[in-house]
Design a protein around this ligand. Structure first.
Ligand SMILES: Nc1ncnc2c1ncn2[C@@H]1O[C@H](COP(=O)(O)OP(=O)(O)OP(=O)(O)O)[C@@H](O)[C@H]1O
Ligand SMILES: [Mg+2]
Length: 304
């Protein structure tokens, strides 16, 4: 079963084409919606949440119209990009309110459970107005998990979270998937998913689907690309080309294709005498990944 399906979906905001004929389908398990800022991720998620309606095309969530899917019980939980809470209510109150609106039986049990899962119990009885951004984000994630939905859709859940909290969120996502839940995460930061191999990824760019691939393939590209920053960039590029590396310049950096980690040392050697600011692997940004994909057919299963 596909948990989310988009078929030839268009969404316009005035003259802006936020979604430009988008088709993809997310299977059960973990799925990622990747793309740089403004690529249409939140628009797609807001359509899934039934907050806005597509102008053309069709969208199914768990096989249903987005506006019907939660009609008979909590099947999908969302963390939307622009969530909002009352400053004067506590986190606990918000979740209780939500649990009652959702019609959950034994709301208290549900609320306590999600508070614990996101490690928010300590702040539960404080007014939301006193929360830090990270704590607010945890509350919004708790809200998405309320009622044990089959599918959890999280729009940029790592925003505002420090390294430690991001790591525990990643564990939580893994745990949910292991339990048999489906989780769809949108992000423009690839590095959170570095450790993951299993999952499905859709890459959006300017409202279009660039590719639909297995996460493992993206992560292999991530591992096999070294990013070099320094100046003059042209000298870096020439030195690496001369040393026989496959590389190209993107904005303020040179991307170098390598086949194994030891090549990092060879790269550094080749750059002797040039002012190199940074040489790193595994730090590819979505934009870089897009460039790699545009440059050549790096990912074999490109297209759907
Ligand atoms: N309500 C709106 N009114 C006008 N334009 C909008 C609206 N929502 C989105 N857009 C535009 O649609 C495009 C896609 O935006 P969207 O928020 O879906 O991107 P995104 O991939 O979520 O970006 P980000 O990573 O910054 O969250 C952008 O050009 C954005 O300015
Ligand atoms: Mg967004």
């Amino acid at each position: 079963m596909k948990v989310v399906e988009f078929k030839d979906v268009y969404k316009f905001f005035g003259n802006t084409v936020a979604l430009d004929g988008v088709s993809f389908s997310m299977p059960q398990g973990l799925s990622l919606l990747l793309g740089p800022n403004g690529s249409g991720k939140s628009t797609a998620i807001n359509i899934m949440a039934g907050l806005i309606r597509q102008d053309r095309g069709y969208v199914k969530v768990l096989g249903e119209d987005p506006r019907d899917v939660n009609r008979e019980g909590r099947r999908v939980g969302f963390l939307i990009e622009k969530y909002w809470f009352y400053d004067f209510l506590t986190g606990y109150d918000h979740l209780m309110l939500a649990a009652k609106i959702l019609g959950l039986s034994e709301p208290e049990i549900h609320v306590k459970k999600v508070l614990k899962v996101v490690q928010l119990s300590e702040y539960a009885h404080k007014a939301v107005g006193t929360y830090s951004k990270g704590t607010l984000q945890k509350l919004a994630i708790a809200h998405a998990l309320l009622g044990d939905p089959e599918l959890i859709v999280l729009d940029e859940p790592f925003a505002n979270l420090d390294v430690e909290t991001s790591a525990s969120l990643m564990n939580l996502i893994n745990e949910l998937v292991r339990e048999g839940r489906s989780v769809l995460v949108s992000t423009h930061v690839l590095s959170h998913f570095k450790e993951l191999r299993a999952g499905h990824a859709v890459l959006l760019h300017k409202g279009k689907v660039m590719c639909e691939v297995e996460l493992g393939n993206i992560m292999r590209v991530l591992e096999k690309t070294v990013v070099v920053r320094g100046e003059p960039l042209e000298a870096i590029y020439r030195a690496l080309k001369l040393a026989g590396f496959r590389c190209f310049t993107v904005e303020d950096k040179v991307l170098v294709k390598v086949s194994h980690h030891e090549e990092l040392q060879e790269i550094i050697k080749a750059l002797k005498g040039i002012k190199v600011v940074d040489v790193r692997s595994g730090v590819l940004e979505i934009e870089d990944l897009l460039n790699l994909l545009v440059d050549e057919d790096e990912i074999n299963s490109r297209g759907s």
